[in-house]
Ligand binder design. Structure first.
Ligand SMILES: [Zn+2]
Length: 301
């Protein structure tokens, strides 16, 4: 993470580097924070986070976040009004890699041989986006039987259910009042919003894997997802990487249902509005393809 330290030494007064914990093999999960008072929660200032490379072989988000950190620092120094305002009025936390162990495996193999799955999981072969406590189950139960449907508590034995990377993220969420978040992936090009887990997996006796599962904040989530897909050069086009998504957005469960994902967890645990950004058809594009953020592959997620 030399490039994070370079950013910090160029912009020492508005940045701070910290680690939220370690991976299975002991690598730090580093975050760079941007704020006019780094390390301090200022009253009424929203806390925002970006997390990339949760799947170690999906590298575009990682590169983008390193570049975003450089960009924020440079533009602050250039007194770019919009960037100065952002840094003064919000607190931005950027984690370029949530799965540094998986990344090393994928990077060893490189772009020419990278398969769908090499380096996707953590060292323990666990998919971190299927590793969070299943609060959807609790919420769906409470919806029918009474009980809270947000700010849901963690199960008593949650630490035994999760990997070290997941545990570090949960502690991080616990200790900051994040209100907005994005989780960066690759393998498709679309902005995906909760819920990821379908409410009705069984319909008329057969297994149905896709059904639109809206949160009570569906309109806000659609607007958030669209604000990204339309700011992106071509995400908002309806056909990308062989998929069809009107306006370049999708409800997670209406695409395919996913249990124990990070996005639903953020929302149900702390009311943090997280969306998942799928940023490239190819999970591990070659360096020359990075500027367009593309590749012609059709690998999924
Ligand atoms: Zn992914």
């Amino acid at each position: 993470m030399q490039s994070l330290y370079d950013v910090h030494s160029s912009c020492p007064y508005i940045t701070r580097i910290y680690s939220v914990g370690r991976s299975h093999q002991g690598r730090h999960l580093y975050v760079i924070e941007f704020s006019d008072y780094p390390g301090v929660h200022e009253l009424l200032e929203p806390e925002f986070k970006y997390v990339a490379n949760m799947h170690g072989n999906e590298i575009l988000g990682r590169e983008l976040l390193l570049q975003l950190a450089e960009f924020l620092c440079e533009e602050y120094r250039n007194r770019n009004e919009r960037i100065v305002r952002l840094i003064e009025n919000t607190r931005i936390h950027i984690m370029p890699s949530m799965n540094p162990d998986g990344y090393e495996v994928a990077a060893d193999q490189g772009p020419y041989f990278n398969g769908y799955v090499t380096g996707r999981n953590n060292f323990n072969e666990v998919d971190l986006n299927r590793n969070f406590p299943d609060l959807n189950m609790v919420m769906y139960y409470n919806e029918k039987n009474g009980g809270p449907t947000d700010h849901l508590p963690l199960p008593d034995n949650w630490k035994e259910q999760v990997e070290p990377e997941t545990q570090a993220i949960i502690n991080w969420i616990e200790n900051h009042n994040f209100v907005l978040s994005a989780n960066l992936h690759g393998g498709a090009v679309v902005a995906n919003y909760p819920f990821d887990k379908s409410k009705d997996l069984r319909v008329r006796g057969y297994r149905r894997t896709t059904s639109y599962s809206a949160t009570p904040d569906d309109k806000v989530f659609k607007a958030l997802a669209m604000s990204y897909s339309f700011a992106h050069g071509w995400m908002h086009r309806e056909f990308n990487c062989g998929d069809y998504f009107p306006y370049g957005i999708t409800n997670g469960a209406s695409w395919y249902s996913l249990s124990k994902g990070m996005q639903d967890f953020n929302y149900l645990y702390k009311n943090c509005f997280e969306i998942t950004l799928e940023l490239s058809c190819n999970k591990f594009p070659k360096e020359a393809e990075l500027p367009r953020g593309s590749g012609m592959g059709t690998a999924r997620l």
